[in-house]
Ligand binder design. Structure first.
Ligand SMILES: [Zn+2]
Length: 420
């Protein structure tokens, strides 16, 4: 007796396989037609043809109406917890005011830092919960959340506590990353090394309280150099953190090469990655996390070279980079469309990038991103006839229902969305 049986699945993306999916392998999607799934105790207990379900009993039956069913999506790069918003910067961007000038006028990331420092833990939690509800309604069942809008111990700690509480109370699994080295705070502008050391020391507290499993740094011109980033990431590894890096987002500094050198789980952004860096990445175990929403929103027409990455054999993942400045969207489906148009990724590659590879980018490859017997039943039912339809029909939400560990946690009625 199954707890739940999902019947009448027109197209089922099982993503069945082993390990991250690299290069050429991303071109083939493991899928079944006219399929069904049995769920027991929150896990996938049976997968077969729709025909066979006649002989299987279950407490609940969900009819997929002949449409698409996939694993829950994984968003492996977000800045989920912050206060305030930055809509007043949009006219300045339109007028061509450079980002550094916006910063000088008190805007940009430092305005988010001010707002986040001033907010209570409860306020941060309530705001992040609303964003997380929206992500879930778009089909995301696992999300990575970075700190990095505190840039002091007290506020970084507050952000990480909020992420941990969300993980415990919300249906979406939240994987926490310490990004204390996101920017240099105003009070440390003239001594960035002291600030970095302060953040390195603070990692002991984070480890002790189990507030994050990853550490991350923004390696970029005007923020942290490759040398500073190497030191920070090495220290993080010594303290038992897995590491990620904001690498070569704008300039080609060598952040991609550094990610490979330190054995980072993921290297993120990579718009300015050098050809040699991409080559190294493709021959490593580091996942390339691409964020085309950020390139789109910056409006400069410069996107990461996903084609070279995949053609040379890299495992590519996609994320929203949800944040109040450069990518204010929770909609990973829209990111899939951007990947199709501007990263020239095929639909098959895109689905690998938002499921399996995204799961590996947050060290959840063994549990998320695939529908296989024994795994958590994190499953999305789509109001779409096939997988190619989702990136094609853009800007809207195609999700009909989301199951997290076998339970229906988000369901769309006619014209409304309810999230439990
Ligand atoms: Zn980021």
């Amino acid at each position: 007796m199954m707890d739940t049986l999902i019947v009448n699945i027109g197209q089922l993306l099982t993503m069945e396989g082993d390990g991250p999916v690299k290069g050429e392998q991303m071109k083939t999607l493991p899928l079944m037609e006219q399929a069904a799934i049995g769920i027991k105790d929150g896990r996938v207990a049976w997968i077969g043809s729709n025909e066979e379900t006649k002989t299987i009993s279950a407490k609940h039956i969900i009819d997929a109406e002949g449409k698409l069913v996939t694993p829950g999506l994984v968003d492996p790069h977000t800045h989920l917890v912050f206060a305030g918003s930055r809509e007043h910067e949009l006219p300045l961007k339109q007028q061509g005011v450079p980002y550094l000038e916006i910063l000088k006028r008190g805007g940009g990331i430092l305005s988010t830092v001010r707002a986040t420092r001033a907010a209570s833990e409860e306020e941060l939690y309530e705001k992040a919960r609303v964003h997380l509800d929206r992500m879930l309604s778009y089909g995301v069942t696992t999300v990575e959340a970075k700190s990095g809008y505190g840039l002091d111990e007290e506020t970084e700690w507050k952000q990480l506590r909020v992420a941990k509480r969300l993980h415990q109370t919300h249906p979406v699994e939240v994987v926490s990353t310490f990004l204390g080295a996101h920017a240099i705070p105003t009070e440390h502008q003239n001594h960035p090394d002291d600030f970095l050391q302060q953040m390195v020391d603070f990692m002991d507290v984070i480890k002790q309280e189990q507030l994050a499993e990853f550490a991350d740094i923004f390696c970029e011109t005007g923020v942290f150099t490759v040398e500073q980033s190497r030191l920070f990431l090495q220290k993080a590894k010594e303290k038992g953190f897995a590491v990620k890096i904001h690498a070569d987002e704008i300039d080609s500094l060598g952040g991609t090469e550094l990610a490979v050198e330190v054995g980072a789980v993921s290297a993120d952004h990579l718009v300015g990655a050098s050809s040699a860096g991409i080559h190294q990445l493709a021959h490593s175990n580091t996942i390339a996390v691409l964020l085309p929403g950020t390139s789109f929103y910056l409006g400069k027409g410069k996107y990461a070279n996903a084609r070279q990455m995949i053609d040379e054999g890299a495992a590519v993942a996609l994320a929203t980079d949800f944040n109040p400045g450069s990518s204010p969207t929770e909609n990973l489906q829209f990111i899939m469309t951007l990947a199709a148009l501007y990263l020239r990724m095929t639909s098959e590659e895109i689905w690998h990038a938002v499921t399996v590879n995204a799961a590996y980018a947050v060290n959840r490859g063994q549990d998320a991103g695939r529908i296989m017997i024994g795994r958590k039943a994190d499953i999305v039912l789509w109001d779409a006839p096939n997988y190619m339809y989702v990136p094609y029909h853009y800007g809207i939400n195609h999700v009909r229902m989301v199951l997290k560990e076998g339970k229906v946690v988000s369901e769309r009625g006619k014209g409304d969305v309810s999230v439990s």
